[in-house]
Ligand binder design. Structure first.
Ligand code: NAI
Length: 346
């Protein structure tokens, strides 16, 4: 069977990290047909559209996309491609698992946290306008429908995956109506899942609590902007932004992408760590039912980190992005040969 996947390499370090990931995925022996499209400034040069219609049609057809980061201009220019794609395909659940890899320097070993972020509304939508010169209004939209939908996703995920606790994170002491609605919806849904402990923490306190003791949390349920900020904070527990994968999931479509951005400071230098995009692609493999291939890559990835010799510069190694991918492929093939030898002896 051939898996048809839409591939958005992105810009900055995007093309380097997605190329490394595609090579590793193909080395599993699975068959992929990649439909590759640009988005953002590069797409505009070619198609005069920031998100070409061909790209949208491809995601709609294939229902699964793997995406590299796309630069969003600050303080002007075009609106975020990421936000637009999430809204267009109603990818309402942003799923970010925070787990350590072996031997990555960290103050917090054995972290195992899930971040579930509402992905379609809230302050992060960037709905802004100038009321009169010098006065700008930025709208935070919270709806009962979207808040209930993400809460249900979080509780279903917890139930299916043996997670014990969910904390809804909010600032309902100040934003009494918007965040108040978000936690009311979470609270209502929680009543249908009595086996899961439900708690509520205020977002600023949550930042402090996370840094003091991340082990007190299991699943964090957040509206859009808090989820964005807390994800980067939690990335620091596991070695930084080069490590955290992500999935944007809707009822019909899913886009898999790392938490990190296009890292212009290291783009084009063969320095980027492809681990986060690779881990995102493992979420994608599981989503399309290829659990065994996901496990083989995960084992090879962990072996390369355990061996410590061939790591990228962000974690003190000397390997370039492409060399790091070579080592993962090598580790996967060595494990295959060892497994074959073991089963022929058995
Ligand atoms: P960033 O994540 O691109 O970079 C922050 C720091 O982390 C930089 O020092 C960078 O070198 C480092 N870093 C990030 N990924 C790394 C990797 N894989 N390996 C090694 N080091 C890595 O965040 P920043 O600078 O805030 O954003 C840059 C651009 O990316 C912006 O235009 C932003 O809008 C965009 N962005 C896009 C995202 C997406 O497409 N999903 C997500 C986040 C940001």
């Amino acid at each position: 069977m051939t898996h048809k996947i839409t591939l958005i390499p992105g810009d900055g370090i995007g093309p380097e990290v997605t190329k490394a990931t595609v090579r590793i995925l193909e080395a599993t022996g699975l068959k992929f047909e990649w439909e590759t499209f640009q988005a953002g400034a590069e797409a505009y040069e070619k198609y005069h559209e920031y998100i070409p219609k061909e790209l949208l049609d491809s995601i709609d057809r294939n229902r699964v996309a793997l995406k590299g980061p796309v630069t969003t201009p600050v303080g002007g220019g075009f609106a975020s491609i990421n936000v637009a794609l999430r809204k267009k395909f109603e990818l309402y659940a942003n799923f970010r698992p925070i787990r350590n890899l072996p031997h990555i320097p960290t103050r917090y070993p054995d972290v195992d946290l899930i971040i579930l972020r509402e992905n379609t509304e809230g302050l992060y939508s960037g709905i802004e306008h100038e009321v009169v010169p010098g006065v700008v209004e930025s709208l935070k939209i919270i709806t009962e429908k979207a808040s209930t939908r993400i809460a249900r996703f979080a509780f279903d995920y917890a139930r299916k995956n043996g997670r014990k606790k969910i904390h809804a994170i909010h600032k309902a002491n100040i934003m009494k109506m918007s965040d108040g609605l978000f936690i009311r919806c979470s609270r209502n849904v929680s009543k249908e899942y009595p086996e899961i402990t439900y708690g509520e923490h205020i977002v600023d306190n949550t930042c402090m609590q996370l840094v003091m003791n991340p082990y007190q949390y299991d699943v964090l349920l957040l509206e859009n902007l808090y989820g964005d900020i807390i994800s980067d904070l939690c990335a620091a527990f596991v070695g930084g932004l080069g490590f955290v994968p992500g999935a944007n999931i809707g009822d019909q479509h899913a886009i898999f992408e790392a938490v990190h951005g296009s890292a212009p400071d290291i783009a084009g230098k063969n320095m980027a760590n492809p681990t986060a995009v690779l881990r995102s692609s493992l979420l994608m493999l599981r989503h399309i039912g290829e659990h065994e291939a996901a496990l083989r890559i995960r084992n090879a990835l962990e072996k390369v980190y355990r061996d410590r010799e061939k790591l990228t510069r962000d974690v003190g190694g000397k390997a370039g992005t492409s060399e790091f991918a070579d080592h993962i492929i090598e580790a996967m093939q060595t494990a295959d040969i060892e497994n074959a030898a073991q089963s022929s002896r058995a």
